[in-house]
Ligand binder design. Structure first.
Ligand code: PLP
Length: 387
């Protein structure tokens, strides 16, 4: 069966009411037919739903669909992308462990790996995403985990996952990949050597700005540990959010194709615009990352970054002049969004850290939606004409 048929028809389990789409199971617990059965279920001899803190049909349905797309053995739903990272590091690491991570990551991912984990004796070494000799040199006897976002937030830098896994696998280091920007439609990290994939479901997986969610995918031996952590600590997604995400994922491929189509058009428009200084887009044929992007990703994705000639006030003027791009703290939505990372998503980093990541004050990130392309280009045209 094709993946898209599996998503739409294969995963759904109808109840005795013969509904056509999966219902919402908002209930907190599930019943057993007997005391013996409840003992079997609690003892792990029989598989059944117990309590929605850690198991619920809406969570299962969403994750089963995501596993099909990511070609993962199994997975776990979390209440947000940040909760996915928290679960991975607290479930799989111990005091004294060491992480090597790419410098180019979402501000909160950096904060957790650096400031929160250090309180528990877990330290992180930061390396340039595509400098594999730096990754290798940073490895210590206690290195347990590599963490990378590819493409990264917000500069859309890429890591060659096959190369990273050649470094991590022989040393039994877990390669954890945040696949939020590419989505499983464009890139499957597990096939490229990743051990664990994490997602912010809040972005493209919902894609309509409705709910928060997250997911962790990979081999059962790792996901089971994450599940045990979730069961004890309650880092769980609400059934409602999982229900929304499960229905959203059915149209992910359609939406991603439209995002990619519009983004490519905007790329060619911005590339020749005299006010645009540098442009960041994985499928830029002039970029040093182009061959890698083509090898690793099916299309260029829905995000694009650019710097404009001038300074912060010029970038601010462009942002304030946009009408068809919302100024909002999200991405991956069907509605186009413009972001100024240095004052928002990455504002917690020092100016020096921002510059190390390539986040200049005149850098603008666009999350291109699926509105009409002529309207989007005309909007950028008029905003860039304001001096
Ligand atoms: N990973 C990436 C790459 C992100 O951009 C974000 C949020 O912007 C997250 C993780 C965190 O996701 P959430 O907002 O669902 O917690």
């Amino acid at each position: 069966m094709q993946k898209k048929t599996q998503l739409i028809r294969g995963v759904f389990k109808q109840t005795s009411y013969q509904e056509h789409r999966s219902p919402l199971f908002l209930n907190s617990s599930f019943t057993f037919n007997s005391a013996e059965e409840s003992a079997q279920v609690f003892g792990g001899e029989k598989d059944a739903y117990i309590y929605s803190r850690f198991s619920n049909p809406n969570m299962t349905e969403w994750i089963d669909k995501l596993c099909i797309l990511e070609e993962a053995e199994t997975g776990l739903a979390t209440p947000s992308g940040m909760a996915a990272l928290q679960t991975i590091v607290f479930a799989l690491l111990e005091q004294g462990d060491h992480i090597v991570a790419s410098k180019a990551v979402f501000g909160n991912n950096k904060y957790v790996l650096e400031h929160i984990l250090s309180k528990f004796g877990i330290h992180c070494t930061w390396v340039d995403i595509d400098q594999y000799s730096q990754w290798e040199k940073a490895i210590q006897p206690n290195t347990k985990l590599f963490f990378v976002e590819t493409p990264s937030n917000p500069t859309l830098s890429l890591a060659d996952l096959e190369q990273l896994s050649q470094l991590s696998k022989p040393r039994e280091i877990l390669l954890v990949v945040d696949n939020t920007f590419a989505t499983p439609i464009l890139q499957n990290p597990i096939k490229l050597g990743a051990d664990i994939v994490l997602h912010s479901g809040t972005k493209y997986l919902d894609g309509q700005g409705r709910v928060l969610g997250g997911a962790i995918l990979g081999e059962k031996k790792w996901i089971q540990l994450c599940f045990d952590y979730q069961r004890r600590t309650g880092v769980c997604i609400s059934p409602f959010n999982a229900w929304i995400l499960s229905h959203s994922i059915d149209t992910l491929e359609l939406r991603i194709k439209e995002h990619c189509y519009n983004t490519e058009k905007i790329f060619y428009f911005l590339k020749k615009h005299p006010r645009v200084k540098d442009i960041f887009y994985p499928f830029d044929p002039d970029s040093k990352q182009y061959d890698l992007a083509k090898k690793q990703m099916k299309m260029g994705g829905g995000l694009i970054g650019f710097t404009i000639h001038g300074d912060l006030s010029d970038a601010t003027k462009v942002l304030n002049s946009l009408n068809c791009f919302s100024l909002t703290a999200n991405l991956g939505d069907i509605k186009s969004i413009a972001t100024h990372p240095s004052s928002t998503t990455h504002a917690k980093l020092s100016k020096e850290e921002q510059l190390k990541q390539g986040i200049n004050p005149n850098y603008i990130r666009l999350s291109v939606g699926i509105e009409g392309i002529d309207d989007l280009i005309n909007d950028l045209k008029q905003a860039l004409s304001k001096n």
